[in-house]
Design a protein around this ligand. Sequence first.
Ligand code: AMP
Length: 450
Amino acid sequence: MTDFQSLGLSKTLLKAVASEGYTTPTPVQEQSIPPLLSGRDVLGVAQTGTGKTAAFALPVLQIMERKKTHGKRFIRALILSPTRELAAQIDERFAAYSEHMDVRHRVIFGGVNQNPQVRALQKGLDILVATPGRLLDLIGQGHIDISRVEFFVLDEADRMLDMGFIRDIEKVLKLLPKRRQNLLFSATMPKSIAKLAGSFLNNAVMVDVSPKEMTVDRIKQKIMFLRKADKRRLLVQLIKEEKVKCGIVFTRTKHGANRLVKQLDQSNIAAAAIHGNKSQGARTRALAGFKDGSIPILVATDIASRGIDVDGITHVFNYDLPNEPESYVHRIGRTARAGRSGVAYAFCDDTESGYLVGIQQLIGKEIPVHSGHQFHFIGAIPKPGQKPGKVKTGGQSKSRPRGNRNQQSGRGKKKSNRSRKSNSSNNNSSRRQSPNSGSRRKNRSNRSNN
Ligand code: AMP
């Protein structure tokens, strides 16, 4: 069995790793650390929960220590993350791993006052962890110089593209120096990511800890077919019956998350919502309550949940099935972390059976059906030969559930039909990347949150 020592880590970092209680490197660490230490670029297919932060943070810190710079500090490592939560967690990891080193790191993201961030930047930093919007804002204001960056890490690249950040990434890439080491991590590797990786990685080592391996056997998956109207009652029943103390419920919309929190409250279940319309303070409080056990249930939308790094989650409830199959893998990966086991329930109503087909195609297996509950509804079961993503007609509702790509944009007010239409055109245009299209609007609205 490989240990951290054989990966070539310095004494200082071995000490930090030991005080974190890590004894064995995870596969992504084992495969990424040696090539990174030798100066290679790395393309990692790995999701949050695999130990990928240490996989890039440890070698970055080690090389920085080896090649000490003297005089005024400048940003030597830039880590871009799609969400504030993930950015904050990456920064926390840097804090832990660099405990015995003289490096300054800092996280910056939108939605909070920029002044403390600017003050930290003025004092000088070695490592900057940032979301794209705030980074570009502060670069534009002359507070950040990334022209001497030696390490550029693009984390959760697939989610970055989903959130419409491609143009921001391109802008950042133009401002970086040519000579640097690059790392790109993504949970999935669609063509768009392969193209992006090809545009800036040089002769990269590919490290693949892909989601298929990640739908680990430790996660007990179950699918339940039911009517939409019965979802809430089944959820309450399961939470109570299984005495869930640390569970996360995924809804498709922010509004749905808020409504569900109220309904759970009426059933005497303490819950908090976490999504893009919540203030940073509310998100931090919800996460803190969830982590300390005072709030047993977190109700989240996909984007907001990225990077939630809580080890003891026992249950994941897919209250609404995601319309992007990869999201299912991300969601259920919130449980069974750090070697534990977990349960992932998925509710499928008659408008969602096409999504189930897509999910099962992606994970390469059928999710076992749990029909032994009072709400079982055969009308929600996919028809033989049903195509992925297609809405099964003939059920209660024929309307296709709306997508979740814009979860972080907008400000939570009820939208008119017109603004809804403009949002969906944003999605399409962002995929086409037309310069004068709605993608710019979408980026701006993402940026306001990030
Ligand atoms: P990450 O995928 O970077 O978000 O890490 C997920 C969790 O795994 C974090 O709580 C880390 O502290 C933890 N972790 C990272 N590497 C190891 C390791 N080698 N052994 C045990 N836990 C680890």
